[in-house]
Design a protein around this ligand. Structure first.
Ligand SMILES: [Ca+2]
Ligand SMILES: [Ca+2]
Length: 487
């Protein structure tokens, strides 16, 4: 394991490693994360947008649609099976001397796995009650590792687990899982998949606690578990899943440096990350789609003891890696839905500050946040930022930008298309090559521009008012109101 990977793993797992110092969010290979101060975040070459359009900018090769219907998967990946070789029942009140039938169910899922009661291709009906720490791994269950047919963990309402991890496996469908544990109790995230392919999680509920109202800053940093950790592997889906009261919502991490090793084919779609204290989603891999997610309510700032620079979505490419083909589409990122609650923090929206990624498409998102970087790419290539809306719903007066900057070593971004966005302001490095900058509309006064922009009640309708600077411009996101919360 390289030094970088070691850091990343530790950071994904251990709160203190990610937030204990001013550079706590920084990889150990010497590059920094987003640890710049707000002041030095402003590029020295200012806000010029005088670059000339370049029609050779690629239009991106990212496939548009998810497939698989009920259980969405990354384009080209296999849809989960709809028929299964056998149906078995697991029940916390059952017995491992049972035969797995409805009347004589096996014991809890963790126990049934340990006693090798589950076979490849099973439809496992997980009955209500606590099923313990559920771990499926090649080392513990070699009989499951070479599966060529789908196995289904079908959690029924009220069926819970204290952790769910899948390692070196293939063709796994998990639905309806309710997974809860504190940070100290999880070895990794609440849901962890490593070195596996074709693993689909849908309609899950992952949380540290259901109600974090009484949490202190320390609880947010040290007690909150990470939600999702996908490391290596391919064709991994997480959909319609609620991640509640977490430290880092989701991390998608390839240990590869270049294709094909970096390709993870992750679809992270229709999820809600509600109440988190670190970053919402970290896509650090090639071939990733983040779509239709609702990321909201970040907690604890530097003064509270958390030096993490919180981002809604943060990419990076370090240690010689280049990641490619990341689509961030139709997501809603909102720093807070309740300005009166304690432990607010200024959130950065969608960002890459370190290293070169290529073919990033950031399209049709809304970012309502207060830490300058509404959408910011540093040194990326052949990428697009289009039809996004960025605004500051807070009272700190920060002018949120959509920005394209140089790498920290001064290498400019190249092949960037930025068009049809609405933001408080725009900030583009004049060194950017192959730069297309069209129809980006500055919205200095969101209250005057949007139909409803109530910073007190946090009621938002981003439909442009008639006659406003944005009316009729065709710029900004198609999203006008926050998505509904998942149950
Ligand atoms: Ca924080
Ligand atoms: Ca961050």
């Amino acid at each position: 394991m390289s030094k970088r990977l070691g850091w990343t793993f530790v950071c994904a797992v251990t709160a203190a490693a990610c937030g204990g110092s001013d550079t706590g969010d920084a990889p150990t290979d010497g590059a920094t994360d987003d640890t710049m101060t707000v002041d030095d975040a402003v590029p020295s070459d200012g806000t010029s947008d005088g670059s000339t359009p370049d029609s050779s900018t690629p239009d991106g090769s990212i496939p548009d649609g998810a497939t698989g219907g009920t259980y969405p998967v990354y384009p080209g990946c296999a849809a989960p099976a709809t028929t299964f070789a056998r149906t078995v029942y697991v029940d916390p009140a059952g017995s491992d001397t049972g035969d797995g039938s409805k009347t004589k169910p096996f014991g809890p899922l963790a126990s049934a796995l340990a006693k090798k009661k589950i076979a490849p291709g099973d439809h496992v009906i997980v009955l209500p009650g606590d099923h313990g720490v559920v771990q499926v791994s090649k080392s513990a269950n070699p009989e499951l590792a070479s599966a060529t047919t789908w196995t289904w963990f079908d959690f029924q309402p009220g069926a819970t687990a204290k952790g769910l991890s899948i390692g070196d496996m293939a063709f796994w469908l998990v639905t309806g899982a309710e997974v809860s544990a504190t940070r100290a109790a999880t070895k990794s995230a609440l849901y962890t998949v490593t070195a596996s392919h074709d693993v689909v999680l849908v309609d899950a509920h992952l949380y540290t606690v259901k109600d974090s109202k009484g949490w202190t800053a320390k609880d947010w940093i040290d007690t909150a578990a990470d939600g999702v950790f996908l490391r290596n592997g391919a064709c991994l889906s997480v959909a319609r899943t609620k991640i509640l009261n977490s430290r880092f919502g989701a991390a998608i991490l390839s240990d590869g440096k270049a294709r094909p090793a970096t390709s993870m084919k992750v679809l992270f779609q229709g999820n809600e990350i509600a109440n988190f204290s670190g970053d919402g989603i970290r896509p650090i891999a090639s071939d990733v789609i983040l779509r239709d997610n609702y990321i909201h309510d970040v907690y604890v700032n530097d003064a509270d003891g958390d030096a993490n620079h919180d981002d809604g979505v943060q990419m990076w490419a370090l240690g010689g890696a280049t990641y490619d083909n990341i689509l961030i589409e139709h997501n809603w990122v909102q720093e807070t839905t309740d300005p009166k609650r304690p432990l607010q923090n200024d959130l950065q929206g969608i960002s890459q500050f370190d290293g070169v990624s290529t073919n990033i498409v950031i399209r049709d998102n809304v970012v309502l946040a207060g830490a300058y970087h509404g959408i910011a790419l540093y040194g990326c290539e052949d990428s697009k930022i289009e039809h996004n809306t960025v605004a500051n719903p807070g009272s700190n007066g920060n002018k949120l930008w959509v920005g394209v900057f140089d790498l920290k070593d001064g290498t400019p971004s190249k092949g960037l298309t930025v068009k049809d966005n609405a933001a408080t302001t725009f900030s583009f490095s004049a060194k950017t090559t192959g730069f297309v900058n069209t129809n980006n509309v500055a919205v200095p006064d969101p209250v005057a521009t949007y139909t409803t922009f109530d910073k007190v009640g946090m009621v938002i309708d981003l439909t442009p008012k008639p006659g406003s600077v944005l009316a009729g411009k065709g710029a900004g996101s198609s999203l006008t109101k926050p998505p509904a919360s998942l149950p």
